[in-house]
Write a protein that binds this ligand. Structure first.
Ligand SMILES: [Fe+2]
Length: 267
């Protein structure tokens, strides 16, 4: 069965749209999975399973749960496999003009490509880890796929793209069933999730990260900020300056220092 909508198997024609995206290159692909596959996708039973993934519940990562791939239903595994295939990765490489693109070889069962958020869920502005845990290669692209069958944009849950400092929202991409987003990941690609209002539905999504063996992976791309990649961990921006003095934010402060020292030295 065809999984990805045929019209997206060659993204070359959308290259301009991707590279023109602000604040950093991105693309929104509606009806990403074929109608047939999406119709048959059933997450209902899965949502109620006793889950053994990882829960996040801090001010910056609220009501979020990620799975281990080993316990995912077959249909979700099929999607993830498809997004890791060579043909698809070549398609992304042509779209982004990034050479030597690959998805991580870290054992698939250790990965957590399926995410859920419920009411009051929120993800503050952040950049992801900057390198492949296995090879240390730069993290250059992300693909998000919205899987919930029912959603109303009034409930929030949009993906937000921020300026290069992670302070100002530049673009809001609403959560719509079967919508995918591909975006360039750089040390300045701040993104997050708009707060979810009170409702009974779950915001389900798939997240796949891609890497490149290139030392200067962004060399073919026009960016409105410094092109240099540097190594850093996942880094969240705290809402107010005073938040950096709070003991409960200790781990975020550590990543803040790490990020800014690396940026100063190598960015
Ligand atoms: Fe992220």
């Amino acid at each position: 069965m065809q999984i990805i909508n045929k019209k997206y198997l060659n993204l070359n024609k959308l290259r301009k749209s991707f590279h023109d995206g602000k604040p950093f290159p991105h693309l929104i692909l509606d009806n990403f999975l074929t109608q047939n596959f999406f119709k048959k996708l059933n997450l209902e039973g899965f949502n109620t399973l006793k889950k053994q993934g990882k829960n996040f519940n801090t001010d910056l990562e609220k009501n979020k749960w990620i799975s281990k791939n080993s316990q995912l239903p077959k249909q979700i595994k099929l999607i993830i496999n498809e997004l890791n295939k060579k043909e698809w990765i070549n398609n992304l490489s042509r779209l982004s003009k990034i050479d030597n693109l690959f998805s991580t070889k870290v054992s698939n069962t250790d990965l957590a490509n399926y995410h859920e958020m419920k009411e009051k869920g929120y993800l503050g502005p952040h950049v992801d880890h900057s390198s492949d845990p296995d090879t240390d290669s730069p993290h250059v692209l992300n693909l998000l796929l919205y899987l919930s069958k029912k959603w109303n944009y009034k409930w929030g849950g949009s993906t937000l793209l921020f300026d290069e400092k992670g302070k100002k929202i530049i673009k809001e991409i609403q959560y719509r069933p079967n919508r995918a987003i591909i975006f360039l990941h750089t040390p300045y690609s701040f993104h997050g999730v708009k707060k979810i209002s009170k409702n009974k539905y779950i915001r389900s999504s798939i997240y796949v990260d891609y890497y490149s063996n290139e030392i200067s992976p962004y060399k073919n791309i026009k960016l409105n900020f410094e092109k240099k990649w540097f190594k850093h961990g996942t880094f969240f921006i705290l809402p107010k300056k005073i938040d950096y003095l709070k003991i409960k934010n200790y781990s975020y402060v550590k990543t803040f220092l790490n990020y800014n020292i690396k940026k100063f030295l190598f960015g």
